[in-house]
Design a protein around this ligand. Structure first.
Ligand code: UDP
Ligand code: MN
Length: 349
């Protein structure tokens, strides 16, 4: 009896082991494992593949919300509101702010913003923070991450509950090109070390600018790019892309959709992490070859967005320039670069 039981037990154990092995084999062969190198290759457009997507496509509106009836035959006719890959282009008059806010309020989203104020650029921070409090995702959870070499000079700005400023000390550089370009590296590190799994969306913004009107939930998306105010009437051959084929930021003549800003971009945390990681490693690989792209990280961002199409595009309302007169299609200016004297504020000119 005893020995029979023993044999039976051994048989069951063997069967269980075999089943476990079979399970491991099947689950491994069906799992898509994307390594760092594969992820980079996909993002750079050198290999087709799978990139994880985890956006919330399910938009739930509160019941009984009253708002203006939408139309599909009336609306803005002076501007294009969708790209050839069917991403919306956000212009004043194309969205309902109350509807969008009530959809996203139910999701209790949190938004991070990064801003760099290195060296004399600290002088722009007070206006940036004060106007962000008035216009940037008002009523939502917002954390602004300030990167500066002068943490003691960060102004104290009164902010609503659930909103705040976190200061990170960073080294300065004697070249503005390095300060500007290192932002990608620091954004990647911030996401990986602090934000992943905790924050939903992030926007990376220039400090030499002010908010003038609403920048809110209409800007949310997977990968979000802002059209540069200086080139959107031009043929793409005029865009200041990096034109040397040796550079990893190269965009050939005849290629490119739009010219996007380096001074404002964002989206879902995971998408921005991949963008920052890719731009940073391409920038560093170029440096090792003795190359610096025409407009540093902005050139790399433009190359990235050519391959990885943004899922939402913000019109130049979202980064205008104070020195430019307002074009007719710009019905509202939401965020705008202030006029500055480069010789006074940059460490090198
Ligand atoms: N920046 C900085 N200190 C510098 C140079 C640049 O903090 O000495 C940061 C700052 O956030 C600035 C951004 O890098 O807004 C981009 O530089 P800048 O605004 O001068 O470029 P532009 O918008 O004029 O092309
Ligand atoms: Mn700027």
């Amino acid at each position: 009896m005893y020995s029979l039981n023993g044999k039976f037990g051994a048989l069951v154990t063997m069967m269980a082991l075999l089943l476990a092995l079979l399970y491991c084999y099947i689950s491994l062969s069906f799992r898509v494992v994307v390594t760092f190198e594969q992820e980079q290759a996909i993002a750079n457009g050198r290999s087709a593949g799978t990139v994880r997507k985890n956006h919330v496509f399910h938009l739930v509106a509160p019941d009984h919300l009253m708002y203006k009836q939408p139309s599909i035959v009336e609306g803005r006719t002076d501007v294009v509101t969708v790209t050839p890959w069917l991403a919306p282009v956000v212009w004043e008059g194309t969205f309902n702010p109350e509807l969008l806010d009530s959809i996203y309020r139910q999701q209790n989203i949190s938004i991070a913003a990064t801003v760099f104020a290195v060296g004399k650029y600290i002088m722009f921070l007070k206006d940036f923070l004060e106007t962000a409090e008035q216009h940037f995702f008002v009523g939502f959870r917002v954390q602004i991450f300030v990167f500066t070499d002068r943490p003691n000079e960060v102004p104290k700005v009164k902010m609503a509950a659930d909103r705040g400023v976190t200061v990170h000390a960073v080294p300065s550089s004697n070249r503005w090109q390095v300060i500007s370009a290192r932002r990608m590296e620091l954004v990647q590190e911030l996401i990986e070390q602090k934000l992943q799994g905790k924050t939903d969306y992030i926007f990376c913004l220039d400090v030499d600018s002010k908010f003038h009107n609403r920048w809110g939930t209409e800007s949310l998306g997977g990968l979000v790019a802002v059209i540069h105010p200086g080139y959107y009437w031009d043929p793409r051959s005029n865009f200041p892309y990096e034109r040397r084929a040796q550079s990893r930021a190269y965009v050939a003549v005849g290629e490119g959709d739009f010219y996007y800003c380096g001074g404002a971009f964002g989206g879902n945390i995971e998408e921005v992490r991949l963008l920052a990681k890719t731009c940073r490693s391409n920038f560093e690989a170029d440096s090792a070859d003795g190359l610096e792209a025409a407009w540093q990280e902005e050139s790399h961002l433009n190359r990235y967005m050519w391959i990885n199409k943004p899922s939402k595009i913000l019109s130049p309302e979202y980064l205008w320039q104070d020195f430019k007169s307002r074009n007719r299609e710009i019905q509202i200016i939401r965020f705008s670069g202030i006029v500055k004297n480069y010789a006074d504020i940059r460490p090198n000119v």
